[in-house]
Ligand binder design. Structure first.
Ligand SMILES: *[C@@H]1O[C@H](CO)[C@@H](O)[C@H](O)[C@H]1NC(C)=O
Ligand SMILES: *[C@@H]1O[C@H](CO)[C@@H](O)[C@H](O)[C@H]1NC(C)=O
Ligand SMILES: *[C@@H]1O[C@H](CO)[C@@H](O)[C@H](O)[C@H]1NC(C)=O
Ligand SMILES: *[C@@H]1O[C@H](CO)[C@@H](O)[C@H](O)[C@H]1NC(C)=O
Ligand SMILES: *[C@@H]1O[C@H](CO)[C@@H](O)[C@H](O)[C@H]1NC(C)=O
Ligand SMILES: *[C@@H]1O[C@H](CO)[C@@H](O)[C@H](O)[C@H]1NC(C)=O
Ligand SMILES: *[C@@H]1O[C@H](CO)[C@@H](O)[C@H](O)[C@H]1NC(C)=O
Ligand SMILES: *[C@@H]1O[C@H](CO)[C@@H](O)[C@H](O)[C@H]1NC(C)=O
Ligand SMILES: *[C@@H]1O[C@H](CO)[C@@H](O)[C@H](O)[C@H]1NC(C)=O
Length: 801
């Protein structure tokens, strides 16, 4: 972490080099360049997909990896030699997959790939691909240090009780590392993991416990492309992000937590009694390798996790048959494991979503009701409200001169932040050019005593404070403009800071974060994504150390820091899923997802439609169904259920080739689409309804099936709410259930009122209402064709400053 100032947290790197050796010996996948085998650099990593009709023959091969090794050896001479000399060497085979795909990862030359492509069993290869954790882009994008947090209140309120804190549920987290000594991962009071747990912990016995039950690193593929990546051995490398996400999902109770006196309270994850199984697949400053991600999911499913929490994604949406989250996610749901994935941080432009497959729970980010209030009092008496993570006890009550730096106000260069200009003064800086933490350090070095950081216009009403080395207040863009007016008019401008600490009555919340990626779904326009939003702005959770901050040498208080991103929303949902899973162990992934989506909040604390970051009502492309409501999700009344096989006619309907459909659904048997019914996207039994009205007669009918999980004998009546530009008819309008688990159908006919193509997206909703329950589905009507970018905003800092 603290590469900037050369100070490292104390990574328990002491550990078990022996474990490394063991790992290398036991793993057939481990690539140990054998003597005589020269990886000359022309070799590259490929994911090799085997045709779906080829399966390994248990009579010929001891196991699936020896089968894959033999396939590889049939085209790679050196692999053949190695195999003959030592069948266990398999030096070119990186990973041999058992569950997620019919295939393997290998190092090959272009000639070898060419040769391989002529083999009967060959389907296709995918060149290496890098994924990213979905917090780090925010700071790069906006010139802010992003991640922030506090969201302990993130919304489990009312669900926790003595009988359900996620006991017995295992959350698998794929991320960049975990800091095992953190009190969030204390095993005290935790029961042992359920007997089905088969995973492994590469930390020592005291580091793993009944809370942190598994910990492994996946770097066999990454290590080839990121030379110099130290063999991680233990999944601890860095771990700022992974510690934060893991503790958000299932951190234990830690009393008296704060970030420098802010947000003081007892910290806990969403499911404080759930177990964490950690899979390291990402490496700081490099990214996450696709084939490592696939290998981790391959193992996690066999290990027995119940939920997969995946705060990573590609830069842009990828074909479902090429993407490890989608490929692994399908195998996961076949095994009853719901995979919760980030929507991406490239909002607010439309069409920026990743992780779009309908079998994933795709989560966008929203703000919480917490603010870390601080005021900048200008010499003129004007007060500007902002946020700060300085200790509320910090005293800045003496007026200090207020100055801008001469480098365009970005405070990004030492050469303009001169001591003679800023010593003893407060410097006003704009986002952009560099991260705010770096600006604070430069100012401190030159003798400045405080900073006002002006939030980019893009952030609208939101700010994302972080702890800084000097007293810092983050003000809104509007506040920044007022301050500039004052400074221009006043030769001896001054200011004081008042730190007011944490409040929980923010004027309007939740709001959608500007960075949260937006629909439409580019791979499947007929499925609305994101599915919903959850807390992802200014979330406080455990970290190994607080970056860029210094602590006394013997400082031992647990570290909590603030981060923002759809990365932070994902573990909130993963933890909430653990609570649902505990209450309803037999529910399918689709049922759990439906419970979450049909019970959301569509209004905010002011009872107005949930707003986007700019104060305007959020569209479905921004928030999906709406904001998660954990308490209602525990008891949704009805669910839209599906099995994994139900996606097959849908995939055929998307015009995927037989081979690609078979790749996705592996290890289910291969399919021939021509021999089965195709399903239009709008007919998938999804909890939201999207109608694409792009052809005469600009009308369609969607079928849905609901399962009663509420009260055995119950009657639901439909309520529809759409603008006058569309008509929606539901048949029947009343559903009468006599038993639990009873399944009933209905059809929704959606028409453009004009009989012509609708002029733009139309948003409405359909609710099944009984005395006790409201089961709501958003209805989105699209005119077809690419949705016009509403107000595309620049997604980079350069244009912001
Ligand atoms: C597969 O078989 C090979 C060759 O006997 C062996 O070395 C390897 O450990 C086996 N792999 C697994 C995953 O069992
Ligand atoms: C705790 O939550 C579970 C699941 O929602 C519920 O069935 C139970 O009645 C609750 N118990 C208490 C004491 O509130
Ligand atoms: C085990 O790991 C813990 C936590 O990382 C560390 O504090 C401890 O020193 C380690 N013990 C041994 C014997 O390596
Ligand atoms: C803040 O500092 C000033 C002088 O440095 C002092 O007079 C004042 O009492 C302090 N206020 C607080 C609240 O500590
Ligand atoms: C900063 O200091 C330099 C060198 O003393 C001086 O020339 C310049 O005018 C100062 N700029 C401001 C804005 O005070
Ligand atoms: C949903 O479907 C699955 C698979 O058929 C079934 O096991 C489950 O009981 C159904 N209902 C719920 C509420 O998950
Ligand atoms: C699939 O192909 C058919 C026939 O070409 C076409 O009508 C349909 O629109 C395609 N579906 C999608 C989702 O692209
Ligand atoms: C919808 O359901 C109705 C009644 O079950 C059926 O006749 C119709 O074919 C279904 N439509 C589709 C597209 O599956
Ligand atoms: C910023 O975004 C604009 C518009 O998308 C693009 O033209 C420009 O190259 C980008 N600049 C950087 C530095 O990425």
């Amino acid at each position: 972490m603290d590469d900037h100032n050369g100070r490292r947290s104390t990574p328990p790197r002491l550990l078990l080099r022996i474990a490394a050796a063991v790992l290398l010996l036991l793993s057939p996948a481990a690539v140990t360049p054998a003597a005589g085998h020269h990886d000359t650099g022309v070799h590259k990593n490929f994911l090799v997909l085997v045709r779906s009709s080829y399966e390994y023959d248990k009579n010929l091969h001891k196991n699936v990896s020896s089968w894959h090794a033999s396939l590889l050896a049939s085209v790679c001479d050196m692999a053949k030699e190695a195999l003959e000399a030592d069948p266990t060497a398999m030096t070119r085979l990186i990973y041999s997959y058992r569950n997620v795909v019919n295939g393997f990862a290998a190092r090959m030359t272009p000639e070898e790939v060419d040769k391989m492509s002529k083999m009967d069993w060959f389907d296709r290869t995918l060149p290496e691909q890098t994924y990213h954790l979905l917090t780090t882009r925010t700071p790069q994008m906006l010139g802010l240090t992003g991640p922030a947090g506090g969201g302990r209140r993130g919304g489990a309120g009312g669900v926790w009780n003595t009988s359900n804190m996620g006991e017995g549920v295992i959350i698998g987290v794929l991320d960049d590392g975990i800091y095992p000594g953190h009190p969030s991962f204390d095993g005290a009071g935790m029961k042992p993991p359920p007997a089905k747990w088969k995973g492994r912990c590469d930390f020592n016995k005291t580091a793993c416990n009944n809370k942190l039950i598994g910990a492994r690193s996946y770097f066999e593929s990454a290590k080839w492309k990121w030379k110099g990546l130290r063999d991680p051995v233990l999944p601890i490398e860095e771990g700022q992000h992974g510690t934060h996400t893991s503790s958000t999902a299932a951190g234990a109770f830690v009393p008296d937590v704060s970030v420098f006196g802010n947000g003081l309270g007892t910290a806990a994850g969403m499911a404080p009694r759930a177990h964490i199984a950690f899979y390291q697949v990402c490496y700081v400053d490099s990214g996450c390798d696709r084939d490592d991600i696939l290998a981790a999911v391959d193992d996690a499913i066999e290990d027995g996790v119940d939920i997969l929490s995946v705060s990573l994604g590609h830069e842009e949406a990828i074909d479902f048959s090429d993407d490890p989250v989608s490929l692994g996610g399908y195998t996961a749901i076949m095994n009853g494991v719901l995979i919760c994935a980030a929507a991406g941080n490239t909002g607010p432009s439309p069409g920026t979503l990743v992780n779009e497959a309908p079998w994933l729970l795709t989560v966008g980010a929203s703000s919480t009701d917490r603010r870390f209030l601080a005021t900048v009092k200008l010499g003129s008496g004007i007060e500007l409200d902002g946020e700060s993570l300085n200790d509320p006890k910090t005293n800045m009550s003496e007026p200090r001169p207020l100055v801008r730096d001469m480098g365009g106000g970005t405070c990004a260069s030492e050469s303009v932040l001169l001591a003679q200009n800023i010593t003893g003064k407060i410097v006003v800086c704009e986002a952009g050019g560099s991260i705010v933490t770096e600006k604070a350090k430069l100012i401190k070095r030159a003798g400045g005593v405080g900073m006002v950081a002006v939030t980019p216009e893009l952030f609208g009403k939101m700010s994302m404070p972080r702890p800084q080395v000097i007293p810092t207040v983050q003000v809104s863009y509007d506040g920044g403009q007022k301050m500039k007016v004052y400074m221009r008019a006043t030769p001896k401008a001054t200011a004081t800071f008042v730190f007011k600490g944490t409040t929980f009555n923010s004027p309007q919340s939740p709001m959608i974060a500007p960075f949260s990626s937006r629909g439409p779904n580019r791979r499947s326009r007929g499925i609305l994504k994101p599915d919903l939003v959850g807390p992802g702005v200014n979330i406080i959770a455990g970290v190994p150390t607080i970056r860029d901050m210094e602590f006394p040498a013997n400082e031992a208080t647990p570290k909590f820091d603030i981060m923002s991103g759809t990365s932070m929303s994902v573990p909130h949902l993963s933890g909430i899923i653990a609570l649902i899973k505990n209450a309803h162990p037999t529910w399918s992934p689709a049922a759990i997802k439906s419970a979450l989506m049909t019970t959301v909040e569509a209004t905010d604390n002011l009872r107005k439609p949930i707003a986007d970051y700019d104060g305007k009502p959020a569209t479905y492309f921004a928030m999906g169904a709406g904001h998660v409501n954990p308490k209602r999700a525990m008891d949704p009344g009805l669910v839209y259920n599906m099995t994994a096989r139900d996606y097959v006619p849908y995939l055929c309907g998307l015009n995927y080739t037989d081979e690609k459909v078979s790749t996705i659904i592996y290890p289910d048997p291969p399919v021939v689409c021509a021999k089965m019914p195709r399903l239009e996207q709008d007919d998938l039994n999804y909890p939201s309804i999207t109608a694409i009205l792009d052809q005469p007669p600009f009308a369609m009918t969607a079928n849905r099936t609901v399962t009663n999980v509420g009260v055995a004998s119950s009657t639901y009546v439909v309520e529809v709410d759409v603008p006058a530009t569309a008509t929606v008819e539901v048949n029947p309008t009343k559903l009468t259930f006599k038993a639990l688990d009873e399944v009933l159908n209905y059809a929704v006919t959606i028409k453009s009122a004009s009989g012509k193509v609708p002029t733009g997206p139309i948003e409405g909703q359909l609710k099944w209402v009984s005395g006790k329950y409201v089961v709501r589905s958003p209805i989105l009507i699209l005119p077809g064709g690419p949705t016009k970018a509403t107000t595309p905003k620049p997604a980079n800092a350069t244009l912001l400053s």
